[in-house]
Design a protein. Sequence first.
Lengths: 296, 104
Amino acid sequence: MSKILIIIFAIQLLGFEVTHAQTKIQVVSQKISKIIDWEPGVTLQLKAERAEIYCTNHLSQTIDIEVIIVAKHEDKSIAEADLKKMKWMVDKTNKKIFLRNYIELARNEAKPESDIKTIYHIKVPLNCAVDISNYFGLLELENIKSKININSEFSKIKLTDINGELSIKTTFGDISSRGINGDIHIESNRSDIDLKYITGILDLHAILAEININAIEMVSKINIDAEKSKVKINTGDFNRYSFQFELHKTDLITPDRLKPEFTVNDDELIVASFKKAKELPKIEIKINTGTLTIEQ
Amino acid sequence: TLNSKNKNFNYTEEWMVITEVPQWEEDELEVAEVLNLICNENPRACKSPEFIHMNDELLYLDQSKQAILNQLSKYDKNIELEKMLMKIELQRTSLIKEMIAKTL
């Protein structure tokens, strides 16, 4: 026995990894499903917190909602009590279907100890306008043709195959997208932005962001106004675009063959343009403190 | 329509390694004290619009950091939240250094 103890001690001394003890966690969940008739002109508005939201189109004229509230804790009774603190509601008016989840505490009631989150799976009809705000969590929109408005705080945003007017306001919520066609307006605060395959018009205002834009062959206009940000645009063939730069305390990196005409070019300010032809898609970039990289 | 009173609870179990929520230094008070001391030495610099703007920015970052800290859970991996905290801490550090430099 003592030999076994010596061996165990030696193994620990030599720093071999010892398996950490696993703990059994109680997971209490509640699932609610609802199908709501939709008419053209009605907007779906969702106000969420601590939520993962997955939304896509379907061919029906209904809004199909599945809400799962999950609470995790070692103690089942605590998980269940905490789950009940997460409230969920749905309301319908003439022009709006309103969903909301929130933590509600009774007087002197302690806030939840469990890890609680709400998971939404939503299917909306084509052309059903969507207005989503989320505080902490994740938002994934895929294959949606409609007007979309997003207000996100501390919540990542993932967009795939979106068609329509898109307006995003995000704080501490990174955006990644693949395939957006439409009129795109983004206001970003401390959120990184990664956009690929854009068609249409992009108007982007950002503070403290790393911005990467790729595959813009079908874009008709890009306007970027950024502060304390790194901007990188892969243009493919840069001769296809007309560029306008106004860069304050910003490094400019371009391919060798891209020769901008500099109106001002000193340590503090760069004002330059490249191919001013009216028929070409315009890329206008204004940055105050940062870097701008044009790649091909 | 409030309909979360519907029972239909589902019970399952998971196994996980529980680690205590990582401690992120909450040095907001110490930083505020240091800045107060420095501003007592150089009140003019601290009254400039630029310094006031940086201070507002710092307060905003402190509030954002607290909001994230309140969301950390030992029953979650907290990966995304920790990435956000890292970004905030880097921004705070850079800002604090800039504020101190302004007063010297």
